[in-house]
Ligand binder design. Structure first.
Ligand code: F6R
Length: 244
């Protein structure tokens, strides 16, 4: 694993953005895996700035988001699809039909999960997967205890995850209890992974990821086995890791 240390959140966002752009240039039709949440917001702002300056186009890009809450559609302000529209998609030249987010209001979730996997396969697999890190070690919405062989599936969210994400909602009670998430195995099949981590509250999780054993109880630990993982983290997130 390669670790890039940034001074703070803004520097982490810029470094991760530059790395993403550089890596995208290695592919004719890049397939990006995208995350939501607080961590990648700065990276998305930076990608938009680069698009506006003419440094990058998304016309040939296909994207697959990691996850979506069950019960929320694209028009719901708390859905991840809405987040992606507002924070990235509406500001760039990515054709709508090339931007995939799991459908949180699908009529059959089993079919939706299967089709999501098939779409990823048809696109040639994910080239560059952007990831955030859950305090409990989740990647995507793969909570502790998820099989490391899992593929896109319906998950029940941990109370700790619902609590951590409550700030996006009016109250914790409004945070959906279930979501669709790419599986751990789906994520691991990406050719390259860029993991963004910021802030002191992620320091313990990042230390465990970087120094602990691989365990289903801490899904992010599996990233050790990935051949092309770059961690872009700020000083606060790396504060418990020595020699970085
Ligand atoms: C979001 C996702 C999650 C988040 C993680 C960190 O699509 O898959 O794994 O990356 O919960 O969230 P933030 O960035 O809000 O701390």
């Amino acid at each position: 694993m390669n670790v890039i240390k940034a001074k703070d959140y803004d520097e982490m966002s810029t470094l991760a953005c530059n790395l993403t752009i550089e890596r995208m240039k290695n592919y004719k039709r890049p397939v990006l895996g995208l995350a939501t949440g607080s961590t990648p917001e700065g990276l998305y702002r930076c990608l938009i700035e680069n698009y506006e300056k003419g440094n990058i186009s998304f016309n040939n890009v296909t994207t697959f988001n990691l996850d979506e809450y069950i019960g929320l559609d694209e028009n719901n302000k708390n859905s991840y699809h809405y987040y992606m529209n507002k924070k990235l998609f509406e500001h760039i030249d990515l054709p709508k039909e090339q931007a995939y987010v799991p459908d949180g209001v699908a009529s059959c979730f089993e079919t939706e999960c299967k089709q999501y996997e098939e779409r990823i396969k048809k696109a040639g697999g994910i080239d560059i997967q952007l990831l955030g890190l859950g305090i409990n070690g989740h990647i995507g919405f793969n909570e502790p205890g998820t099989s490391l062989k899992s593929r896109t599936h319906v998950v029940t969210l941990d109370e700790s995850t619902r609590n951590a994400n409550a700030h996006f909602f009016a109250s914790e009670g409004e945070v959906p209890k279930r979501a669709i998430s790419m599986g751990v195995q789906t994520i691991m099949e990406s050719k390259e992974i860029i993991l963004l981590v910021s802030g002191e509250k992620k320091a313990e999780a990042l230390k465990r990821l970087m120094t602990g054993n691989i365990s289903e109880q801490f899904p992010a630990s599996v990233l050790h086995k990935h051949d092309d993982l770059t961690i872009v983290a700020d000083e606060a997130a790396l504060s418990l890791v020595d020699n970085v």
